[in-house]
Design a binder for this molecule. Structure first.
Ligand code: 13P
Length: 388
């Protein structure tokens, strides 16, 4: 622990000052003392979170695990080899001008230590573009014993030493994705486990200089309506902030990565961007303190255009936080398909990425229009029980 300050109960009346009626009416007040731990990195964390939350910019999530990126590469007929993963990620980070729209890039561990195909450290290429490198630190989902077939997220063991090494390698923020499923519950146990895991991860990350992205994804699976998602999201975020506070997490030095509040993927009643924005902002206003600098949504299987329209709808009037994107599929899909593993397509693929990055940048500023978007960008990417 870097430093500890003892806060005494100075805000409470002194002994003998309590009114007699009050004393008679209830139990004597307990003496409150709290030990508040501050990370040695506090100022840096606040600055990193602010930089990532800069106007007109958001995050590219390019931290697919080797299993997940394997599925992406298979979709364009490529083998899941380290060389192919490196080639694809070189296309992404070498996109000229990307830093104008992208403030942070989440990497998988392999990429953090990898170079581009032309031999420059990927971390250095990002920094040159003004993009903050980040790192996925969770170890994925496994079945949660004693629950209703739900999951929990592994990765706390050894996290502090892994994160210290990631900081040395240039990472300045971290991501931990856990999920909550509506059709299978969610049970009290699953919500508590998700929230507690996120809070422990956040505290450990801050002690090691990494801004934690707090991501309890509420999966799109199910045929429930938007109001049910709203109800579950309120519960999940209440619990998450309760445990973040209990773990002395510095709210000015975190970022959130929620799912938007939408109907389940199989719900017959679809929602408009305005309805999604209405419920999502209502949730955020009720649950997220204004001390939190940035809220950067995941795309969760929405089409590229849907994800951009929904973000745009949320930025039609000022918010207390930076409301932006941290998309994987909704930023990369057209780019990956255009590239198709061919060197002659690299430029066109980079243009496709830049098009999506710019569209989402405009949406962050509330100035996006979907006129002229092509049909492929409107295709949904929902996958049942999605892992990352
Ligand atoms: P999607 O935008 O594809 O949902 O992925 C974002 C992400 O990082 C999930 O953890």
């Amino acid at each position: 622990m870097a430093s500890a300050t003892l806060l005494k109960s100075s805000f409470l009346p002194k002994k003998g000052e309590w009114g007699t009626t009050r004393q008679a009416a209830g139990p004597k007040p307990v003496t409150v003392s709290m030990v508040v731990h501050a990370s040695a990195y506090a100022d840096e964390l606040v600055q990193t979170a602010k930089t990532i939350s800069s106007p007109g910019r958001g995050i590219i999530a390019m931290d697919e695990s080797n299993a997940t990126i394997g599925k992406r590469l298979a979709s364009i007929g490529l083998e899941n080899t380290e060389a192919n993963r490196q080639a694809y990620r070189t296309v992404l980070v070498r996109t000229p001008g990307l830093g104008q729209y992208i403030s942070g890039a989440i990497l998988f561990e392999e990429t953090l230590y990898q170079s581009t195909v032309d031999g420059e450290k990927i971390v250095d290429v990002l920094v040159e573009q003004g993009i903050v490198p980040g790192i996925k630190v969770d170890k994925g989902l496994v079945p949660l014993a004693g629950s209703n077939n739900e999951s929990w997220c592994q990765g706390l063991d050894g996290l502090a030493s892994r994160e210290a090494a990631y900081y040395q390698a240039g990472a300045r923020f971290a991501k931990w994705r856990t999920v909550v499923s509506i059709p299978t519950g969610p049970s009290e146990l699953a919500v508590k486990e998700a929230a507690w895991g996120l809070a422990r991860y956040a505290a450990i990350s801050q002690e090691n200089g990494l801004v934690p992205i707090v991501e309890p994804e509420i999966l799109l699976d199910g045929d429930h309506g938007i109001k049910r998602t709203f109800e579950v999201a309120q519960k999940v975020w209440a619990e998450t902030f309760y445990y973040l506070a209990q773990n002395n997490v510095l709210f000015e030095g975190i970022l959130l990565k929620p799912s938007m509040v939408t109907p389940g993927a199989d719900c017959k009643e679809k929602a408009t961007p305005e309805q999604i924005a209405h419920y999502t902002l209502k949730l955020l206003h009720r649950r997220v303190p204004p001390a939190v600098p940035g809220i950067l949504f995941l795309s969760g299987g929405q089409s590229e255009v849907e994800a951009t329209l929904n973000l745009n709808a949320m930025n039609q009037s000022p918010n207390p936080w930076h409301v932006s994107f941290s998309y994987a599929r909704a930023l990369q899909n057209s780019c990956l398909k255009t590239w198709a593993g061919r060197p002659e397509n690299v430029k066109a693929a980079q243009n496709a990425l830049l098009l999506r990055a710019k569209a989402n940048s405009l949406a962050q500023l509330g100035k996006y229009s979907s006129d002229g978007e092509d049909a492929a960008a409107r295709e949904g990417m929902y996958v049942k029980n999605y892992s990352y």
